[in-house]
Design a protein around this ligand. Structure first.
Ligand SMILES: C[S@@+](CC[C@H](N)C(=O)[O-])C[C@H]1O[C@@H](n2cnc3c(N)ncnc32)[C@H](O)[C@@H]1O
Length: 311
């Protein structure tokens, strides 16, 4: 196995946010995106009372985190699944409620840096981008078999790519586009010269969009968040680390809705406060020191929602 690394993002902030929920006996923590196990390693080192359900849809990531976390295997249950299967995962283990859950969204550095996975516009590889290598839909099908208007919608909605129409016209003309390198060339050829001179890679938005489509990232996130919140025990906490505005907006809107009172605030009678509250009102960003050490953490934002204590 090649030696891929992934630097864990905002780990101290995550531990601090989870601490009030994981103190005490018989706590359950779900790492919904265990990846290479960085966050979970810190959790089990800090809380030996916690049972961890560690989920990832990437079998290779799971195998690697099992090795890394072998010392704590008695405490951790590794599950190869999509996180939106949470209900079943908990039900088959007879777990009614959870005390903490973390979603560290997106791809890991291992997935990005492994040239065989086709996630990166920096390396030439077959178009793939599947986080779960056993799934059927890959970037190749999205790029080569979607109708032009369908593909344009993907680039526009999931990449916020203003030049989606031009890019898709160029893709359709060059089909079949078989590698990431070819796709980058087609995108570059479709963009106006002044856009190519701007900072940032010209294929970044399109690659993000195709990856989100292949892995159904936003759909899965919408489905699982509500499910996870409903399973929180009193004082339980849900943490979400996002890396772009589309996923962050989904989390922000849901957390705001759940933490705001449905009643007008000037009612003369005493009403129940909302069942949940925001731990940080605007979300947390990594420190400058962390961004200097790990530039990939630059776009991270941590949002935390907590369930109130039992009355
Ligand atoms: C940023 S990495 C997590 C890194 C991890 N926290 C660590 O410190 O090593 C994201 C992981 O989430 C996984 N993932 C993304 N979407 C998923 C989903 N819907 N279900 C399960 N795993 C998912 C990816 O396969 C990837 O391994």
């Amino acid at each position: 196995m090649a030696d891929f690394q992934h630097t864990t993002v905002m780990v101290n902030e995550c531990l601090e946010a989870l601490a009030p929920a994981l103190q005490g006996r018989d706590k359950v923590f779900v790492d919904a995106t265990v990846g290479l196990g960085g966050h979970t390693e810190n959790i089990v080192q800090s809380f030996d009372n916690v049972r961890v359900i560690a989920i990832d849809r990437d079998q290779e990531a799971l195998e690697r985190s099992k090795v890394r976390l072998a010392r704590w295997n008695h405490q951790i249950d590794f599950v190869h699944a999509d996180f939106d299967e949470l209900e079943d995962i908990l039900a088959t283990r007879s777990i009614q409620g959870i005390d903490g859950i973390l979603f560290d969204l997106g791809v890991s550095s291992m997935q990005l840096d492994d040239e065989t996975r086709g996630f990166s516009y920096h390396q030439d590889a077959r178009l793939d981008m599947r986080m779960d290598a056993s799934q059927e839909l890959s970037a190749y099908e999205v790029v080569n078999s979607y109708e032009a208007d369908e593909l344009e919608k993907v680039l526009f909605e999931f990449g916020e790519e203003k030049y989606a129409k031009k890019i898709v016209a160029a893709i359709v003309k060059h089909r079949p586009v078989t590698t990431t390198g070819e796709l980058v060339d087609v995108i570059k050829g479709a963009l106006p010269a002044f856009v190519l001179r701007k900072s940032g890679h010209p294929a970044r938005k399109s690659f993000q969009a195709i990856r989100i489509e292949v892995n159904q990232e936003l759909e899965q996130l919408r489905r699982v968040l509500q499910m996870a919140v409903e399973r929180l025990n009193p004082s339980g906490r849900i943490l979400v680390l996002t890396y772009h505005s589309l996923e962050d907006r989904i989390v922000k809107n849901l957390f705001r809705k759940l933490s705001s009172s449905p009643h007008p605030i000037d009612l003369p009678i005493q009403v129940q406060p909302p069942a949940y509250f925001l731990v940080y009102s605007g979300g947390l960003e990594p420190t400058d020191d962390e961004v200097n050490l790990n530039p990939r953490s630059r776009s991270a934002r941590l949002r935390v929602l907590a369930a109130r204590e039992a009355a």
